[in-house]
Design a binder for this molecule. Structure first.
Ligand code: PEP
Ligand code: MG
Length: 549
């Protein structure tokens, strides 16, 4: 029967495999009276030397496997082995009680680790395990034990009460799919090592360390912090699919992270990410986006009970700009209405909301809402590279009105002495057939175009994008759309603007070549599609493609 256990995930990812419960070989230490305490003290000194040598070997191994910072723990352990307080205490026990070194060290280890465990600071509490670890190492050396090799021949999910850093590093990394521990803190070296090894790990799991688990098939889901033991076929299949997706993504990452978006014949294109809120930023960075091509700012309004204030919005835009550290962030002004409704806007009921009071139309009829957002965006532009983009444009007249409002808001900020980027780029979404038809004139008014293919398809084909029963008719590959896309890119370039695509079609890998041939400068896609699009770009020879197109 499938059992599910929960804990705290310290690294995301999926692992599927055999569960191996790691039971510590408890070294029972006997208290033995000795004749010659000084001889015990000499044995202890000798063992310390050997322990430091072992730790040196572990350090070198860890540097190779997990890097300098992951290996530092073994240097710290060497220092703890040589720690004067620890040595004084152990030697004192040997002399005053006349006992064997093993016992004195076990006693000292217990005392010191209890002392750390009782500290308020989480970092020091985490060190309790390290003290135990080094005293066990010295005891093992004293009693002639060899450093334990651990684990089976097939890769396993290691389940343990807690793992000492030396235990994790001695394990053969190729044989570990994941760590699950009952104890351990987020600062423990098990989690640090798991993160460095980039394998899913869960700590604080309420999992039994028994035959109920040992040897069974398990799934570690580092996204939800769960461990499934003996999963049912349905769960197994679901997680297997997730694992495959993860593996593909990781493979792509390895191959493509840090690589340029350039075709075989040298044409470059920017690949940016679409986001809805700040939670998406981690994915944006993980997937190596060159910038943010569409920040759907209306989600700030949708997630709120009332109009979000200038300060609230400023804080969000600033966070995005700072996180992107100088890379472009295109904030789209609110695109509310139609399928995105917020009650406090008290929009009138409409027969035909997709063609109703939405997006820029709301902004132009409620300039105070618009100005608040523009102020927040402008203020945030002092903290990074922000561009502003306006949705649902149909005419040059609208764009001129918007520019007047923007100029007034800038003047207001100037008079208040508030900083903003005076060179801030402005652009518009091309998502209505009207905008396509007057694109040449529009291009003279703005710095860039970004094509909203979702709406452009809806309005061009007269097919409600929300109506699932029309899916078979909703065809963004329709020649009308593809021809419009070419017209848009041409018009942009003629008018001195750059052109991008931020609708879903931008991530359509069967069209990447086509977009490059059309001369698009940017594609903005969901974070998970950045690397697949980069791959498609890097495999394209545009000149060759144009010959057969
Ligand atoms: C679009 O219409 O293609 C677009 C990107 O905007 P949204 O999907 O938010 O309407
Ligand atoms: Mg749209």
């Amino acid at each position: 029967m499938m059992m599910t256990y929960e804990g705290k995930s310290v690294f995301e990812g999926i692992a599927i495999g055999k569960l191996a419960v790691y039971r510590k070989v408890e070294q029972s230490v006997k208290r033995i009276k000795v004749e010659d305490p000084e001889a015990e003290i000499a044995r202890y000194a000798d063992a310390r030397e050997k322990a430091c040598a072992e730790l040196g070997v572990l350090y070198d191994k860890a540097v190779k496997e997990v890097g300098e910072s992951g290996a530092e723990i073994f240097e710290a352990h060497q220092m703890m082995v040589e720690d004067g307080d620890f040595i004084d205490s152990a030697e004192n026990i040997i002399r005053t009680e006349g006992v064997n070194a093993e016992f004195a060290i076990a006693q000292t280890g217990d005392n010191f680790s209890a002392m750390f465990a009782g500290m308020d600071d989480e970092y020091f509490r985490g060190r309790a395990a390290d003290v135990k670890d080094i005293s066990e190492r010295i005891i093992r050396i004293l009693s002639g034990g060899a450093a334990g090799g651990i684990l089976a021949d097939e890769p396993v999910i290691v389940v343990a009460d807690d793992l000492a850093p030396s235990e994790t590093v001695q394990m053969d990394k190729d044989k570990i799919l994941s760590f699950v521990t009952v104890h351990g803190s987020a600062n423990s070296h098990t989690s640090i090592l798991a993160k460095t090894m980039a394998i899913p790990a869960i700590i604080g799991a309420d999992i039994p360390l028994s035959d109920e688990v040992d040897g069974k098939i398990g799934i570690v889901d580092g996204f939800e912090g769960k461990v499934y033991v003996d999963p049912d076929p349905e769960t197994l299949q679901k997680k297997q699919a997730l694992l495959e997706k993860e593996m593909k993504r990781k493979e792509l990452l390895l191959q493509l992270k840090g690589k340029e978006n350039v075709t075989l014949d040298g044409q470059k294109i920017n690949i940016y990410a679409n986001i809805g809120n700040t939670r998406d930023l981690a994915l944006v960075l993980q997937n190596d986006a060159g910038g943010i091509g569409l920040f759907r700012s209306e989600f700030i309004y949708l997630g709120s009970q009332d109009y979000p204030t200038e300060e609230e919005q400023f804080a969000i835009y600033k966070q995005v700009a700072q996180t992107m550290a100088g890379r472009k962030v295109i904030i789209r002004t609110l695109d509310i209405g139609a399928d995105k409704q917020a009650d406090y806007f008290e929009l009138p009921h409409e027969e035909n909301p997709a063609m109703g009071l939405r997006a820029i139309r709301i902004c132009l009829t409620r300039p105070e809402v618009f100005r608040t957002q523009l102020r927040a965006i402008l203020r945030a532009s002092a903290y990074g590279k922000i561009s502003i983009m306006f949705p649902m444009i149909i005419s040059v007249k609208e764009v001129k009105k918007i520019k007047d409002i923007l100029a007034a808001v800038k003047a207001e900020l100037d008079s208040e002495g508030i900083a903003y980027d005076h060179e801030i780029e402005t652009g518009i979404m091309i998502e209505t057939p009207a905008a396509v038809m007057v694109a040449e004139e529009l291009a003279k008014e703005v710095d860039f175009f970004s094509v909203g293919t979702n709406d452009l398809t809806q309005y061009t084909l007269a097919i409600d994008r929300q109506n699932a029963s029309l899916d078979e008719f909703y065809d963004p590959h329709h020649p009308a759309i593809l021809r419009m896309l070419q017209m848009i890119a041409d018009a942009a370039h003629k008018g001195g603007a750059w052109a991008g695509i931020c609708g879903e079609l931008g991530a359509d890998l069967s069209l990447t070549k086509e977009f490059l041939a059309m001369g698009y400068d940017e594609l903005s896609v969901s974070p998970g599609m950045i690397l697949p699009v980069r791959k498609a770009v890097r495999e394209t020879d545009v000149a060759e493609y144009k010959k057969v197109r």
